[in-house]
Write a protein that binds this ligand. Structure first.
Ligand code: FNR
Length: 382
């Protein structure tokens, strides 16, 4: 209603409303490097395309006669891994936001807090954990588990002390995927030291350096190389979650699972949640569309763990499909990152409110009064 009323008053939004429109505007207006970083996926980008195409195979079943289409009839709030959210949406962890906005993580923390939804802070953030924690409300910390347990433990415990309500361990990125757009633009933000704020502010990481990184250009380069040596953990196994459990009593979710057996293994090892995701197609080209694996993962572990979803959510109806397949909530990725680069806080606010607005209408049209009541009766399976 607000959008139509604004339109009647002759006001049109500053940014496109759709995810596709935001991507198009971002390509025209952001730097080539920033756009390549956000848009780029692995290889021929077949998995990134498959993530979107998968949503086209599921169709929603409108139920207009159930009394749920008046706005007052609905409640989108959910509780996920113990965190109460006004809607089943969190912003996905996105590293190196400084490529698009110098205060990116803080802006996203503030806007999500204002809207009552969640945000997941990346290990590869451009702002130290404590600053984001002070600005955020419902937030989780995403861990890229380094090759050094002292540093891993320190990051996790800092996040908990700063108010994180869950730890998300991303397991699909022991190394960066083969991303031609990044390679072609010689894009190496990490090697310029971008996205290292969590590390450079970390006492356990700094204790591994012979000289503080601030001391000289050489010391700064040495810190970056030390980080390179630690990034990713090639030996990570489900049983390692037991160590994480000793470091924190927060709920633990494992992100980057697309095979039911892997979901079982991490839940057996103590994970409270599983995030079905293929990293937006940025890791393994040719990998299965994440959405097609959501139902099988829910069937495998849904009675013992909370399952969330990301990779390809582009609108409210997509969220309903994910909820119908058993996700408790979704992580929203690229569209708000474009909006952050294009319009700062106002851009992020518009992008997130557009998703929530469309979701609200779609849930009502499907005949549900509550987001947490959406089930498989909402969709025609392919
Ligand atoms: C990511 N993603 C990601 N995931 C993670 O666990 N830690 C991170 O630091 C990042 N960084 C990151 C940067 C950029 C630019 C993108 C696009 C993605 C993956 C992200 O959390 C999520 O899984 C995907 O974005 C989902 O795919 P779509 O829906 O954005 O295509």
């Amino acid at each position: 209603n607000e959008i139509y009323l604004a339109g009647l008053g002759g006001r049109i939004p500053d940014l496109p409303i759709t995810a596709a429109g935001l991507a198009e505007r971002a390509q025209a207006e952001l730097s080539a490097e920033a756009f390549a970083y956000i848009a780029g996926s692995a290889g021929a980008e077949r998995t990134a395309a498959a993530n979107l195409a998968a949503f086209d195979r599921y169709r929603l079943l409108p139920r207009p006669l159930r009394g749920t289409t008046g706005a007052a009839a609905r409640d989108l709030s959910v509780e996920v891994l113990g965190t109460r959210l006004a809607a089943p949406v969190l912003t996905a962890p996105i590293g190196v936001l400084e490529l698009v906005h110098e205060r990116g993580e803080v802006v996203v923390a503030q806007v999500t807090a204002e809207l009552g939804i969640g945000t997941v802070l990346s290990t590869a953030a451009s702002t130290p954990i404590e600053e984001v924690g002070a600005a955020a409300d419902a937030w989780w910390y995403q861990l890229y588990w380094p090759n050094n347990d002292e540093v891993a433990r320190s990051l996790v415990q800092r996040a908990q002390a700063a108010g994180a309500q869950a730890i998300v361990v991303t397991v699909d990125t022991p190394a960066l995927g083969w991303r031609p757009r990044d390679l072609e633009l010689a894009h190496l933000p990490f090697l310029r030291g971008q996205g290292l704020a969590n590390y450079l502010s970390d006492p356990a990481f700094r204790a591994t350096l012979p000289v503080p990184p601030e001391e000289s250009d050489d010391a700064a380069r040495a810190a970056i190389l030390a980080w390179v040596g630690m990034f990713g953990n090639h030996a990570l196994r489900p049983a390692d979650l037991q160590r994480l459990r000793e470091w924190t009593d927060l709920p633990i979710a494992v992100k980057g699972i697309v095979v039911a057996d892997d979901a079982r293994a991490v839940v057996d090892a103590g994970a409270d949640g599983v995030i079905v995701s293929n990293h937006g197609g940025r890791q393994l080209d040719g990998a299965v569309a994440a959405l097609d694996q959501l139902g099988p993962v829910v069937d495998a572990v849904g009675d013992r763990a909370e399952v969330l979803f990301d990779s390809g959510v582009r609108g409210g109806s997509d969220v309903v499909v994910a909820l119908a397949l058993g996700a408790k909530a979704v992580l929203y990725g690229r569209p708000w990152v474009y909006a952050l680069g294009l319009g700062g806080a106002a851009g992020v606010r518009q992008a997130l409110r557009a998703l929530l607005g469309e979701l609200d209408v779609a849930i009502g049209f499907c005949g549900f009064a509550r987001a947490d009541a959406v089930d498989r009766s909402a969709i025609l399976l392919p």
